[in-house]
Design a binder for this molecule. Structure first.
Ligand SMILES: [Zn+2]
Length: 344
């Protein structure tokens, strides 16, 4: 039998010991029926810690066509054992369930981007109502919020975790520590000015230890991305002593520590100045020098014309790049981040 359908979210018992799977029903706006959002709540049965550790929530499928997080969280729903866990774990593998089923970034039900719908609205369209559920029913019950993304069908990323440049230094330091537990090559500090209404904006404002990340791209299931996401969450549980054992190394091939890189300024998100076909001359994760050729934008309306060449505005690490050939004017073509040191 599939998990029980919960029609009234106030009926979910977030304190019930053991592991429990649910489908939370959010009514459709257009017809009779529901989007059934999968939810697993685990209240660990293992005792031994003096104090009950921090609760953790992990989201996949905030964007529907980003699959690594969905797969990793689904596996955690299945694999995590309440007998071995201490404290509360909440897992939502497909937050924008309708977008996931459609393999789209945004929900086809209301054309709303779930990651712009926060803090939500109890009387809004379906994405706003799901966001409101997260804000009012999930966030108050956890200390750590993890939202697993990937590049969908737009941006390619080297696998990274991410956080905003928030001002509270204690919260920021703990966020850097937790971001590092995913053992990705890069931890990205990204701009708060790019957009508003993010799940992470709201969680940070609530004082949560909030981690995002990009675990692949291209509407695929990158096996390395899934490994970093899955094992990274388990490392977070080990770090907070919710699971026994020490934090493990995830990427055996990489010798260095995760590098902290900063793209907090909008100048570092370079838009395509015109539409075209993008021929990159560098790879994701490359070190680039100011003035270096990064690629050519071709216009096939005139095959005899020179392409528009794009040069790096500064030195740094290529942390994101449009990966499909065609790009429309104004869409972000690449991001150059600056290394700002190691994480303590
Ligand atoms: Zn995303």
């Amino acid at each position: 039998m599939p998990p029980a359908i919960i029609y009234d979210p106030s009926q979910i018992d977030f304190d019930k010991p053991g592991k429990h799977h649910y489908q939370v029903a959010f009514h459709l706006d257009s017809s009779w029926g529901y989007s059934l959002v999968p939810l697993t709540v685990i209240n660990g049965l293992r005792t031994g810690n003096d104090t009950l550790p921090a609760g953790v929530v992990v989201f996949g499928g905030t964007h529907g066509n980003e699959w690594e997080g969905q797969v990793a969280v689904k596996r955690l729903c299945h694999d995590l054992d309440a007998d071995k866990l201490c404290g509360r774990m909440i897992l939502i593998p497909q937050l924008s369930e309708s977008a996931c089923r459609a393999n789209r970034r945004i929900s086809p039900l209301d054309n709303v981007n779930m990651n712009r719908a926060f803090p939500g609205n109890s009387r809004g369209t379906i994405s706003y109502r799901i966001a409101h559920f997260v804000k009012t029913r999930i966030f108050p019950r956890v200390r750590v919020v993890i939202d697993l993304h990937s590049g969908g069908n737009e941006g390619g990323f080297p696998i990274c975790t991410s956080l905003h440049p928030i001002s509270n230094s204690e919260q920021r330091a703990e966020m850097e520590t937790v971001a590092k537990l995913f053992d990705t090559a890069f931890v990205l500090i990204y701009s708060s000015s790019m957009a508003s209404g993010l799940l992470s904006d709201e969680a940070e404002a609530d004082g949560k230890i909030t981690i995002g990340g990009e675990f692949g791209f291209g509407e695929s299931v990158d096996r390395r991305g899934v490994r970093h996401a899955y094992e990274g969450v388990k490392n977070v549980l080990r770090h907070y002593r919710m699971l026994p054992g020490d934090v493990v190394k995830i990427d055996a091939e990489r010798t260095g520590e995760p590098r902290l890189v900063d793209a907090a300024n909008l100048d570092d998100y370079v838009a395509a100045p015109r539409s075209g076909v993008w021929e990159a001359t560098v790879d994701l994760g490359d070190e680039v020098e100011q003035g270096q050729l990064l690629g050519r934008l071709h216009n096939f309306d005139d095959h005899a014309a020179s392409p528009l060449e794009m040069y790096a505005h500064r030195s740094g690490v290529l942390l994101m790049m449009h990966f499909s050939a065609r790009i429309e004017k104004g869409i972000t073509l690449y991001v150059i981040a600056r290394e700002i040191g190691k994480i303590a």
